[in-house]
Write a protein that binds this ligand. Structure first.
Ligand code: 6PG
Length: 240
């Protein structure tokens, strides 16, 4: 399902609403919520919106466990750390205790060991995985042409990015497929060519890893949707 919104702000607001609603449903049905976070600038805005409404969702956050879909191989206090971004914009404002925060150990010099350790922590069926998409069509840290995109057994592997920091940890296609819900948020005209490739009738995962999540819920803005050609896509929401 793809929804196109007028502005990046409305995408973030809708994503915050979606996360809160999936979370409440998970707590109602299963007594807990496992939320897998991503890095990037779009999630940051979503986290800030969720933090503003912290007081209204205390029960939800008291029943939520936090995980990550990818991490840059840097220490947790580094400016590039996805954990640090989430800590500052979401976890501290929501006052989440450490025992419900399950971060990837990006600081471990042995990425294979860090990935293997995280596989043991990662929930078998996360309630929600939040993802973004890069201009090259990557999602999580599954970058075009890298081995992680073709991984079919492991849940977490070391990843390789074409930009600094190049060393990553990332969940794999099987991990993403295991989720009950996947929400992908992406905005801006820089993402338009990749988004068109994601929803094109033909294309390869190797070139555009985000094709892996074609069936997910996508919230995008008008600029990112600018090159969508596939007539089978019926945009909903605030269509331009
Ligand atoms: C990361 C991410 C990555 C991100 C995209 C989009 O660690 O960089 O998890 O997959 O979601 O690069 O990032 P933006 O939202 O900043 O465009």
């Amino acid at each position: 399902m793809l929804r196109i919104f007028e502005t990046p702000e409305s995408v973030s607001q809708a994503a915050a609403d979606f996360i809160l609603s999936v979370g409440k449903k998970a707590v109602g049905e299963r007594g807990g919520f496992s939320l897998v976070l991503s890095g990037g600038s779009t999630p940051r805005q979503i986290f800030d919106l969720i933090a503003l409404r912290a007081a209204d969702f205390r029960e939800l956050w008291a029943a939520t466990k936090f995980f990550w879909g990818d991490e840059r191989c840097v220490p947790p206090d580094h400016a590039d750390s996805n954990y640090r971004m989430a800590r500052e914009h979401l976890l501290e404002p929501l006052a989440i205790p450490d025992d419900r925060i399950h971060r990837m150990k990006g600081e471990d010099p042995d990425s294979d060991r860090a990935a293997a350790a995280y596989e043991k922590l990662f929930p078998p069926q996360p309630d929600l995985i939040l993802l973004g998409m890069g201009e090259d069509g990557h999602t999580a840290s599954l970058f075009p042409g890298t081995a992680a995109v073709g991984e079919s057994q492991r849940i977490v592997v070391p990843g390789l990015a074409p930009v600094e920091p190049t060393r990553r940890l990332t969940i794999t296609p099987p991990a993403i497929r295991s989720a009950r819900n996947v929400l992908v948020v992406t905005t801006g005209e820089g993402k338009a060519p990749a988004l068109a490739r994601v929803f094109a009738a033909k294309g390869s995962l190797d070139e555009t890893p985000a094709r892996l999540v074609r069936e997910a819920t996508w919230f995008v803005d008008r600029d990112a949707a600018g090159q969508l050609k596939n007539p089978t896509i019926a945009p909903e929401g605030e269509t331009p």
